[in-house]
Design a protein around this ligand. Structure first.
Ligand SMILES: [Zn+2]
Length: 84
């Protein structure tokens, strides 16, 4: 049996899978990314790929499912960062 090809419609969630880099409150580089958002468990992991500053948020995520929301909590925990 060969593989049966079907045309698949590609859905693009508008925000959920947008990977964006944010300024790191620790090292100042634009290398902070949200790695995982698990809506079912309500967890999210955010990490700086430069200085390896990392934080996992569990519970209370609720409706917060966008990278910028996780980053907001990250900044709350590690201090303000100067953004231009
Ligand atoms: Zn950093």
């Amino acid at each position: 049996m060969g593989s049966r090809k079907r045309k698949t419609v590609v859905y693009r969630p508008s925000t959920a899978k947008v990977f964006k880099r944010f300024p790191c409150p620790h090292c100042g580089r634009n290398t902070v990314t949200v790695e995982k958002i698990n809506k079912d468990k309500g967890t999210a992991t955010i990490k700086c790929s430069n200085c390896l500053l990392e934080k996992t948020y569990k519970g209370g995520i609720g409706s917060i499912t966008e990278n910028i929301d996780i980053y907001g909590m990250f900044i709350d925990d590690f201090g303000d960062v100067c953004t231009t």
